[in-house]
Ligand binder design. Structure first.
Ligand SMILES: *Cc1c(COP(=O)(O)O)cnc(C)c1O
Length: 431
């Protein structure tokens, strides 16, 4: 496979865009080599500037549940586009998309749309602090909630990849209020509660940013109980898991209800959208009903709403969708594991709906410490081997993979067979 055009494009990009990318993980730092510059995409495939074709398991890092250029999303976008792209005034599209989310997810009385997951979690935390009149928050090592200051502490994938525990440029006076607990370890949460009055606990109930690491049901139940006992707000960050793990997000797996939830990715059908919502008694504190300020020039813009409505309507009308995707995800992970086993390469695999994850690790992964014991060099070899054979996986050991609706049994079997060749090459020391 040739990457000549991408190499040139990357060099040119680096002259004008920092690191050549608009989001750090795209730079391939963890796996080496040049990121393919994408020229176009259709269905399950990405095409790069050198005309290489890849089966896409990244799906723009989650949003594209229906793959690239889904006909219904595309036509909804074109119809809407012809009526104008933004009005800065309310539309019925916003109400419609809000209703689709509220109908699917437990515990959302009201919500508000923003432009990214980062904005959603940032605003949810502001609300939780206003509601409780407390400053301290608890987050978990390895969970990522976007790049706002108070949440950028031990935040998984992008940062893990760069080995930075946090980021320069964030005052201690801000992160001082962020207490860190260990995922799936309730004692570590109790320790945090003993240190300060807690405004909220924010968690990815199905963590996807340290690799795929679901929370244990009992752990979430205990977290719910601790928040109730202390009058703290429980925030589920379902920016990734919402409409990815199931139509009701993590609820289908754990039956634990949060006070506030955040969304993004799939709810925008491939356009930039985020949302936060939850109990009316907390949400009504938000301006203009209450005093907590939050705003956005392009928030709820008609294009993003139209794409989101098209995606969520398709989900609402397809009762077996997540079962089908989960079957394919299980098939893929079983195939990877068997192929790795036969070369005596240790591999841990996990599936939640259309989300899949695999760690080059000898032991099961329940938290960020476990995840970091993975063999990232082995991951890099596997990643490059797959890429060069037309399989586009997330370019870090600490990310989640995604099955999309247009994928079928044959695509999965083909991917397993390629992965199996790559494991053989690794075992023979050829790559
Ligand atoms: C992607 C993600 C975010 C951030 O969303 P952006 O749209 O990239 O700002 C927040 N939380 C989780 C769980 C995510 O996966």
């Amino acid at each position: 496979m040739q990457f000549t055009c991408s190499i040139n494009d990357f060099n040119e990009a680096k002259q004008v865009i920092v690191g050549g990318v608009d989001s750090p993980v795209r730079a391939f730092k963890a796996v080496g080599g040049t990121p393919p510059f994408i020229h176009s995409a259709k269905g399950i495939y990405l095409y790069d500037e050198d005309n290489n074709r890849y089966i896409d398991f990244v799906q723009s890092w989650g949003p594209l549940l229906f793959g690239h250029c889904d006909a219904d999303i595309e036509s909804a976008l074109i119809d809407t586009l012809k009526k104008g792209t933004s009005y800065g005034a309310p539309t019925t599209l916003e109400t419609y998309l809000a209703k689709l989310i509220i109908a699917a997810v437990e515990g959302v009385d009201k919500l508000r749309f923003v432009n990214s997951g980062t904005e959603a979690t940032m605003s949810a935390i502001r609300l939780a602090r206003a509601h409780t009149k407390r400053d301290a928050i608890i987050k978990f090592e390895g969970c990522y909630h976007g790049h706002s200051d108070c949440l950028l502490v031990q935040a998984g994938s992008g940062l893990a990849t760069f080995g930075a525990p946090s980021s320069p440029g964030i005052p201690d006076s801000i992160t001082r209020h962020t207490l860190l607990a260990r995922y799936n370890d309730i004692e570590s949460v109790r320790d945090c509660f003993a240190k300060a009055p807690i405004a909220c606990v924010i968690i990815e109930p199905i963590a996807g940013n340290m690799g795929l690491v679901p929370a244990k049901t009992e752990f979430l139940q205990e977290l719910r109980a601790l928040c109730d006992e202390h009058g703290s707000v429980l925030i589920f960050d379902e920016v990734m898991s919402g409409f990815r793990a199931s139509r009701s997000g993590s609820f289908a797996f754990h039956k634990v209800q949060a006070d506030l939830l955040t969304f993004g990715k799939v709810i925008g059908g491939g356009l930039p959208v985020g949302a936060f919502g939850g109990k009316d008694e907390i949400m009504h504190l938000l301006s203009p009903e209450g005093a907590v300020y939050q705003a956005g020039t392009l928030s709820g813009n008609p294009l993003a709403m139209a794409a989101g409505i098209a995606a969520l309507s398709k989900i609402a009308h397809d009762s077996t969708l997540y079962e089908r995707l989960e079957t394919l995800a299980n098939q893929l992970m079983d195939g990877f594991r068997q192929a790795a086993d036969s070369q005596r390469i240790p591999l841990q695999t996990t599936v939640r709906g259309s989300m899949f994850g695999f760690f080059f690790n000898t032991a099961p992964v329940n938290n960020f410490d476990d995840a970091q014991k993975s063999d990232t060099k082995m991951f890099a070899r596997f990643f490059r081997g797959c890429l060069e054979r037309g399989i586009y996986l997330a370019c870090s050991q600490f990310e989640t993979g995604f099955i999309s609706v247009p994928m079928n049994n044959e695509h999965i079997e083909m991917t397993i067979s390629i992965a199996s060749d790559v494991f053989k090459e690794i075992a023979n020391g050829r790559i």
